[in-house]
Structure formats: structure tokens, C-alpha cells
Design a protein around this ligand. Structure first.
Ligand SMILES: Nc1ncnc2c1ncn2[C@@H]1O[C@H](COP(=O)(O)OP(=O)(O)OP(=O)(O)O)[C@@H](O)[C@H]1O
Length: 474
């Protein structure tokens, strides 16, 4: 046979072979080939999917590890920032904790870690490179003692801002030029490093424009330090009680701005976080001010953080004399109502310019709360206003503020308003007048407009605004 004849014979035999039966279940060859092809594709797909899944799950695991590391992203104290309560404006929330948290953490690693990595030489240690240290990943960062030493010029005397119950506070400048306040915590021996980090993480995640932001911490050996954003205009106590000349720069409007901002910060702690955070030490020296008189509440979370067995710390946890609610002082029972009481005292201090306890005053005026209640009860509310305020507040605004004070210090903690309600009361132009008008109309259907005002009297035995009597106040 010729070559062309052989080719032709083989071509002719191919379809024949394909349709011929095989020994495998007597299936035809093309069916067997088809089955084999399908099996091969299936195996290939299975291998591909396995590889893809395993890669992804490894990535996921790495993310969780990096995000939490030694420190849980969310501590047991502050689990999650949930949808805010009705009284808290969502615009005030700067950081959301929960699913968004991871993104936040990753973002910070990218920005902060990346920026700082080149600064390790300046700060004197490779630990300053946040991009390679998983412990630096999260809301802020871990600072080495060396870094903070450099930032504060060796914790120099001239960089001391002040000293409080928790320790000395220094002004520091980080290599990137940002100014911070470094709080060198006293008496932290009872605090295990890991526990310290967990609690600090929790505080660090809380972000609000009226709360001082925590940017990082240092835990090296026995040293524990907190690094805060620097608030550059002193604290409210200094402005209220310091030497400011014949007239205070804190006008009535500025004082109300400070009161409202403080209330918003506390409302966020109470109503915007789950579980809520009780400050426990609301007072004027813990209200820091910026150049535009925006208030920032400091030291929140510290009572919990430093709540060790040390008696010194325990004393600190009890709050500050003059601001502490009666039920907290007598029973140690603590809830956000105690903060509301302290806020009431703070508001009295803002209005009057007087300290909660002032032994330099006559006996009847030493205790601000008692004196304040007595003055309101005897209708001498206008005399309560700080004489350093050059322009007197409108009577309506003053009455509003006085009423809020009295409601906050109600002896019955359950009757005190929530911080969110306080924000509304202080902001609302018509508080308390709409309800007063209604009450007045019910009494007298045709009152002259000028007659309708509010008289707030307070029976001396109820301790607060429980028996606030509202009627006409000419
Ligand atoms: N982030 C900050 N920015 C600027 N100054 C600060 C900052 N934190 C604290 N200070 C200042 O440091 C000083 C000490 O503050 P600290 O909070 O330790 O004590 P305190 O509030 O005065 O008293 P206590 O510890 O009893 O609450 C205060 O003058 C305070 O205004």
C-alpha cells in the first residue's frame, strides 16, 4: 500500500475506533474520553479552589493576629461603640469601633508606622518602627521610654505641665513635630503590663471632639506612661480661679460653650459607648481648653485603669472632694448619675466662679452647693453670677443654667437627667420656658407676657432639684 493509502486507512479508522466499544463498562471510546476530560477538569478546579481558600484564610488569620496581637482590639471594658443613643449626635463620633475598627487600625499602621519607620535612628531604637512591630498596630502606638525621654528632653523640669493625683505631666515633642502631653503614672506597680495594655487600648479607642485623645502609651519595666494629644490653653480650673485681671476672658457665652461641650463629651461616655464609661472624677481641672475655648474632658478611664489595690489609687478613684455625689461618697455605689451630680457642681462653678469647697469664705458660703441652693431658694439667682463676667447673661439663659444645676444635684440619683438630656436643656432656647408657659397658662389663661417667667425655689431638705418649684419669677 502507498503512503497516501495508509493515511487514508488510518483516518478512516479513527471514527471507527472512537465509536468502538472499550473494555471499560463496554462504553464507547469517545464516552470514556469525555468522562476522563470531565474528571480532569473537576480535579483541576478542586485543586485551584483549595489553593485559593487556603491562601485567603491565611491572610484572614494574619489580619486578626496583627490587629489584636498581644492586645485585644476591644477590651472587656469597652466592647464596642454601638449605634448612638437618641441624645447623641452621630456627627460627634470620630471613630467607630466594631467592624470599622480593623480598617482604622490598618490605616494607622499604614500612615503612622510608615511615617515613623524612618525615624528609628532619631528615637534611638528599632522598636520605634511601628511597621514591623505587631504590638504597635492598633489605635495608637507603643512608645519606647527612650522615645519619650527624647520627646520631653529627659523629662526636664521646664517641660513639666503640672502634677495631679496620677502623676507628673510633661510636654513633649515627637520627631514628626507633633506636641503631646506625657503622663508619667505613679503607683502602677499593681498593674500587670498586659492588663495595663488592654485597658489603655480601651481608652485609646474612645474618640470624641470633647474628650482628650490618647495617642499611645509606654510600658517598659516598672514604667507606665500615657501619651495624650496636647491641649494648649490650660484647664478650666486655672481660668476660673487663676488671676485673670478685673474681668475674666470667660464670658457667659464662652462658659456655656464649655459647659455644653463638656456635657457632650460625658454624654458620649455614658450613652455612646457600650458598655458605658463612668468618668468618676468630673471637675474643672479635668476640663482642658483649646485656643477657641473648646473643652476636652481628660482622665476618663483612668480610675478603672489604675484601680489597683494601692490605697493611694483607691483614694483617687473616690473622685474629688466637693464634686462627689452623696450616694457615691457614702456607699461607693457608682453609676453615671454620680458624673451627672459632679457635672452639676461643675456648672455651678462655671456660673459662679467659686470653688466647690472654699475655706476662705464665710461659713455659710464655704460649700458651693449649699450656698447655691440657698441663693436660688431666696430668689437671688442673679447674684450667683461670677462678678468677673463683664456682661451679665440674659435672665432667661441664667434661669436655664440654674435649673440644670439643680436638676443635676437631685439627691435622688434616679431623678437626675441623663447627660444627653442636659445637652438639650442647655442648648434649647425654649428650655424651660415652653413647659413653664404651658403650666402658667393652665393656671391663668391670660397672663401678660412679661409676667411669665420662672421662679425656681428649692427646699433646703431635698439636696437638689427634687422639689424645684416652678412658677412666676418677676
Ligand atoms: N493632654 C494634656 N494637654 C495639656 N495639658 C494637660 C494634658 N493633660 C493634663 N494636662 C495638665 O497637666 C496638669 C496635671 O494634670 P492631671 O490630669 O494629671 O492632674 P489634675 O487634673 O490637675 O489633678 P487630678 O490628677 O487630681 O485629676 C494639669 O495642669 C493639666 O491641665
Amino acid at each position: 500500500m502507498s503512503v497516501s493509502g495508509e493515511v487514508q486507512a488510518s483516518e478512516e479508522s479513527l471514527p471507527h475506533r472512537l465509536t468502538s466499544k472499550t473494555s471499560f463498562l463496554s462504553l464507547k471510546l469517545y464516552v470514556v474520553i469525555g468522562i476522563l476530560l470531565v474528571c480532569a477538569v473537576a480535579v483541576f478546579l478542586a485543586i485551584f479552589l483549595c489553593v485559593w481558600f487556603s491562601r485567603n484564610s491565611r491572610k484572614r488569620k494574619m489580619r486578626v493576629k496583627h490587629s489584636s496581637g498581644m492586645i485585644p482590639l476591644v477590651s472587656k471594658e469597652i466592647v464596642e461603640i454601638k449605634a448612638l443613643g437618641r441624645d447623641v449626635n452621630p456627627e460627634k463620633v470620630e471613630v467607630k469601633i466594631g467592624n470599622e475598627d480593623l480598617k482604622e487600625a490598618e490605616l494607622e499602621v499604614g500612615v503612622k508606622g510608615g511615617n515613623r519607620s524612618g525615624e528609628s535612628d532619631v528615637s534611638g531604637g528599632s522598636r520605634s518602627d511601628a511597621s514591623v512591630d505587631p504590638e504597635n498596630i492598633g489605635w495608637g502606638r507603643w512608645y519606647s521610654l527612650k522615645e519619650l525621654e527624647i520627646a520631653t528632653r529627659g523629662f526636664a523640669e521646664e517641660n513639666v505641665i503640672g502634677e495631679g493625683g496620677y502623676g507628673v505631666v510633661y510636654r513633649g515633642v515627637l520627631p514628626d513635630g507633633s506636641v503631646v502631653a506625657v503622663k508619667n503614672l505613679l503607683n502602677n506597680k499593681g498593674q500587670a503590663e498586659r492588663e495595663f495594655k488592654v485597658e489603655v487600648e480601651a481608652i485609646g479607642k474612645v474618640r470624641h471632639k470633647n474628650l482628650v485623645g490618647l495617642v499611645g502609651y509606654c510600658a517598659e519595666g516598672a514604667q507606665r506612661m500615657l501619651v495624650y494629644e496636647y491641649v494648649d490653653n490650660g484647664n478650666l480650673e486655672q481660668w476660673l480661679h487663676g488671676d485673670v485681671g478685673p474681668f475674666s476672658p470667660l464670658t457667659w457665652d464662652i462658659r456655656m460653650k464649655i459647659a455644653i461641650g463638656t456635657a457632650k463629651g460625658l454624654a458620649y461616655l455614658h450613652e455612646g459607648l457600650e458598655p458605658k464609661v463612668v468618668h468618676r472624677d468630673v471637675k474643672s481641672s479635668n476640663i482642658l481648653l483649646d485656643r477657641k475655648w473648646n473643652p476636652k474632658v481628660s482622665d476618663f478611664g483612668l480610675a478603672k485603669l489604675l484601680g489597683s489595690e494601692a490605697s493611694y489609687v483607691t483614694t483617687r478613684v473616690m473622685g474629688t472632694f466637693g464634686y462627689v455625689s452623696p450616694e457615691y461618697a457614702s456607699t461607693g455605689m457608682l453609676n453615671e448619675g454620680s458624673d451627672v451630680y459632679s457635672f452639676g457642681v461643675l456648672l455651678m462653678e462655671i456660673i459662679t466662679g467659686r470653688s466647690p469647697i472654699d475655706y476662705s469664705r464665710p461659713a455659710g458660703e464655704m460649700n458651693l452647693v449649699d450656698w447655691f441652693k440657698g441663693m436660688v431658694a431666696s430668689r437671688r439667682g442673679e447674684e450667683l453670677v461670677d462678678s468677673l463676667i463683664e456682661v451679665q447673661p440674659p435672665p432667661r439663659a441664667l434661669k436655664r443654667a440654674l435649673l440644670v444645676c439643680l436638676r443635676c444635684i437631685d439627691l435622688d440619683a434616679g431623678k437626675r437627667p441623663k447627660m444627653g438630656q442636659i445637652v438639650h436643656m442647655l442648648e434649647a432656647d425654649d428650655f424651660p420656658f415652653r413647659s413653664e408657659l404651658r403650666a402658667a397658662r393652665e393656671k391663668d389663661p391670660n397672663p401678660s407676657r412679661a409676667d411669665v417667667s420662672t421662679r425656681i425655689t428649692h427646699s433646703s431638705n431635698n439636696g437638689g432639684g427634687g422639689e424645684i418649684e416652678r412658677s412666676r419669677w418677676r
